[in-house]
Write a protein that binds this ligand. Structure first.
Ligand SMILES: O=C(O)CC1=CCC(=O)O1
Length: 92
């Protein structure tokens, strides 16, 4: 199943730069592993915002939830998940 996910990152103002850098580095590793194994299909920055739009290809809601809740930045993100279905006019 495909899911479109918008992630808005809100790091606490009192988080140290060192801690922020460490969490971002863990997030990068985690997300790149999922991109390489084909489950994190797209990762796009929203221009001018600390947000991204991502597309995931996973088997079901439970797998997506497990994957999203394992993100190192998960405690600092608001997420909106949209399940995607095939459009009848899509050519592929
Ligand atoms: O920077 C972001 O939008 C949050 C994020 C998701 C994957 C990643 O590496 O950073």
């Amino acid at each position: 199943m495909l899911y479109l996910v918008r992630m808005d990152v809100n790091l606490p103002l009192d988080m140290s730069q060192e801690r922020a850098d460490a969490v971002k580095s863990q997030e990068r590793k985690y997300s790149q592993q999922l991109q390489r194994d084909g489950r994190w299909v797209h990762l796009w920055r929203v221009v001018g915002e600390y947000s991204n739009y991502s597309v995931f290809d996973v088997s079901d809601n439970d797998e997506l939830h497990e994957l999203l809740s394992g993100l190192p930045l998960f405690p600092y993100m608001d997420m909106k998940v949209t399940p995607l279905a095939k459009h009848p006019s899509a050519v592929d």
